[in-house]
Design a protein around this ligand. Sequence first.
Ligand code: NAD
Length: 458
Amino acid sequence: MSALDVVNPATAETIASVPNMSAEEVDEAVARAKKALPAWLDATPKERSELLYRLAQILEDNAEELAQIESRNVGKPLMVSRDEMPFSADNLRFFAGAARNLEGKSAGEYIKGYTSLIRREPIGIVAGICPWNYPLMMAVWKLGPGLAAGNVQILKPAEQTPLSLLRFVELARDVIPEGVLQVVTGDGVPAGQRLVEHPDIGLVSLTGDVATGKLIAANAAPTLKRVHLELGGKAPMVVFDDADPEAVAEGIKIAGYWNSGQDCTAGSRVLAGPKVYDALLEHLVPVVEAIKVGDPADGDDVEMGPLITREQQERVLGFLERANGASIVVGGATHGERGWFVQPTIVTNVGQEDEIVQKEVFGPVVTVQRFADDDEAIRWANDVPYGLAASVWTSDVARALNAVRKLQFGTVWVNDHLLPITSEMPHGGYKSSGYGKDMSAYSMEEYTQIKHAAFKLS
Ligand code: NAD
């Protein structure tokens, strides 16, 4: 069996090694899942709910250890990884409740002489393929609805960041029925690809890059597998002239630089009104310059860590090098002697067609554009291939409502960005950001299929 080195991106040191599984090893996991499925299909909603409550408790009881692992493996500040643990536990508790609340139409006589009823049934074996930016939380967003709906599941963490999910499942070993929830580790190809192609798997849910999503949709087609895609983003923050520039600057600090900007909903494009633009930059520049960057192991006050890999660091710096004519107002370079850091960066003088405005950078880089009027603001905000999240900053309710209506994004926040997410509300994209919803009752629907049964009355 070959192995994958796992690296701490803040130091570039190898911290662990995990199996780099072959297609045959993935097949063995699928065979175990198949064996586990009949008994799990017989579990009542209450029993499925109880498993999820136990998992939530295990996550909560071990939150500090899991946050430390996640911090070392992703290079994220402890304030970031600690913040995810109670939320992830809450996600699991939400799905524990949802397991007992699946809804459908009432049974009734829709055809004369027949009674119809609807059954909402699990799909069977489902697979979840996870990204490296929120390794445990993204896995939770898949396993919560997957198990609650009555499926058995196989998860594949990103090759860079398997440690927190592996530890969580190890901690929960005694409560998870054999074969009901498994983790396979390895590269996208072959391990991920085998999950996508395996004929016994009924659904694959990916959180990842747009290119990976397109490939997975194509590779899932021959087996007509259901596909759930949570892909990239390029979130605009539309700042109208009546917004408070100081509050917006604080909002951008979180939206643009949380987790080093490696967030699919990161506020990476600020579109500011003609009157507020200068005041906003005046507030924003010192806020971004003051962000404490460093190895998360150096202390709880570190606010921003490195990027995940050297390739990602080079990719982000490449966007800055190619941004001809743009002005780098803050940052723009690496940070420190080791690890894969990029300084928090603000870029101005960019055009709507520029690569740095159109493509997901996935790093601590925020562009700021000045729009002429509300119509241009909405046009520019929508004028990217992505449609995951957006925010609007204004004190005018009508303006906010109008923007919410016109913005082509799966989430629109008003006077905040990034933080207002909750287990009850769906998260998912429009356009190239994919399809399918995470969290909320809507994600339970993704993991179920509908059966109509009709009974002749005489
Ligand atoms: P990635 O697409 O490179 O990898 C994601 C996962 O897909 C990994 O587990 C990888 O091993 C696997 N994979 C790669 N190729 C595969 C293949 N051919 N078949 C099957 N599996 C394969 O993405 P990443 O670099 O880990 O994550 C960053 C991306 O994820 C960004 O674009 C970001 O916007 C996106 N993201 C989206 C959301 C969301 O909710 N929409 C959330 C977090 C991250």
